[in-house]
Design a protein around this ligand. Structure first.
Ligand code: AMP
Ligand code: GLY
Length: 431
């Protein structure tokens, strides 16, 4: 620490981590910020260090070499590997849950049991380790039916089967062909929930929490929510599907029992808790928990925080956070993801990336899949290349600003959705 300010190390390489980097660069709490492994855009703003962030021993060695005071963990894989446990046990502050809390994302069967035990609304489900009993259960139920690999599968482990043939194929893929490896050793057969989804992000520090504005991701690759699922093609906040009445139910029926349940189960949860909800006719229900910020939801939530996000992360890591510390700014934010040719099935890599030389007020470009070549030029290195994030007095203004910049980005074969936020703009009566 220098003059009480922090050396921060960010783990990850996507748009979410670039948003965290921007927050660190603006923060009065930060002396120096480094990233591992980072990407081509982040490399212009901070030192990027090579590291296998899924390996806790490598992360600890790097954090020590970098003299890091605070490590911000972006993705779920290092959390599920126990990176926070190893850092904290070595006396280094880390933002993110320990292993016990990370199971809420790493094991869907653990989570389903947690939800049922604490009487939190969710889809009915049963867990199976073999095809025959799973199929018998499917036959006795209704279609569509949802089949989920229990372990981490980078967002790809969920199949919504419309009939028995689709269900059987998915069960055989997961349990016999083991397409998700050990993550598919257990499969949940789950009731299909009808409704509109929203992402609820909480900053949790034991019994204290801050609920960030509700946001909405756009998971399908195509406009009008068509085509295969992706990591997320865009997001916006606040999401009006979470009306004040829905929010009151989310707080009373989901957030409060979840936080009480964590404490009752002896889980010291400190970090982001992402609650994916479905707003159904019977009320909000939990679709999933994630134990980190959403990507791209993080990119629209940090700009809406009133105050210094790093100060919040630091106090959560220290266990001293009080929810009265922060407020939320008025207005809205929106991010449009620009994806590589062939994404999500087979993203093409290595295309040249040309960015506008200047950006209008309130707009940022956050990199995900970019890499800087030895000659300094920028090329694509992943499916979700970058996101254009804009803030505005309202969503219409944020959308105008973001979509004003997207066409100025030149990447051969890249694609993006033109309808990010469209549902909310219709709700607002602006489109
Ligand atoms: P998950 O990884 O559990 O979030 O599932 C990925 C996506 O599948 C979710 O964001 C939903 O769009 C969809 N999904 C998962 N579970 C259900 C369900 N029970 N009913 C309807 N859709 C679901
Ligand atoms: N945007 C969805 C996720 O981060 O899981």
């Amino acid at each position: 620490m220098s003059n009480g300010r922090l050396n921060v190390l960010i783990l990850g390489s996507g748009g979410r981590e670039h948003a965290l980097l921007k927050a660190c660069l603006r923060s009065p709490r930060v002396a120096r910020v480094q990233v591992a492994p980072g990407n081509g855009g982040m490399a212009l703003e901070a030192e990027c260090l090579p590291c296998d962030i899924a390996n806790p021993a490598d992360v600890l060695a790097l954090a020590r070499r970098a003299a890091a005071d605070l490590v911000l963990v972006g993705p779920e894989v290092p959390l599920a590997a126990g990176v926070v446990d190893v850092l904290e046990d070595a006396g280094i502050l880390a933002y993110g849950p320990r292993l016990a809390g990370a199971r809420l994302e790493a094991s869907k069967s653990f989570t389903k049991d947690f939800l049922v035990r604490h009487r939190i609304p969710t889809a009915a489900a049963a867990t199976f380790a073999a095809v025959a009993p799973a199929l018998a259960h499917v036959r006795a139920g209704r279609f569509p039916v949802v089949l989920k690999a229990s372990g981490l599968a980078a967002g790809k482990g969920v199949v919504i089967a419309r009939d028995l043939a689709e269900a059987e194929a998915a069960l055989r893929d997961m349990l016999e062909a083991r397409v998700f490896g050990a993550s598919g050793d257990e499969v949940l057969v789950e009731e299909f929930m009808e409704g509109e989804e929203a992402s609820i992000m909480l900053v949790v520090c034991r019994d204290q929490h801050l609920m960030l504005p509700a946001s909405q991701d756009h998971k399908r690759v195509g406009e009008g929510d068509t085509g295969p699922n992706t990591g997320g093609m865009g997001a916006y906040a606040p999401a009006g599907v979470v009306t004040p009445a829905v929010e009151a139910r989310v707080r009373a029926e989901i957030i409060e029992p979840t936080l009480r349940g964590l404490l009752a189960d002896g889980i010291d949860y400190r970090g982001t808790l992402y609650i994916g909800i479905m707003v159904t006719a019977e009320g909000p229900k939990v679709v999933e928990f994630n134990v980190r910020f959403g990507d791209p939801e993080c990119q629209v939530l940090l700009p809406l925080l009133d105050g210094d996000p790093v100060g919040i992360f630091e106090s959560v890591a220290r266990g001293t956070f009080r929810s009265t510390q922060v407020g939320v700014r008025p207005g809205a934010a929106l991010v449009v993801v620009v994806a590589a040719h062939g994404y999500p099935a087979a993203p093409r890599l290595g295309d040249a990336v040309q960015l506008p030389a200047d950006l209008p007020e309130g707009v940022d470009i956050l990199h995900g899949g970019t890499r800087r070549q030895p000659d300094g030029t920028l090329v694509t290195s992943g499916g979700r290349i970058l996101g254009v994030v804009a803030r505005g007095a309202d969503l219409a203004e944020a959308a105008r600003r973001a979509y004003g910049v997207v066409p100025r980005i030149r990447i051969a074969g890249a694609h993006f959705r033109r309808d990010i936020g469209a549902r909310q703009l219709r709700r607002d009566g602006a489109a």
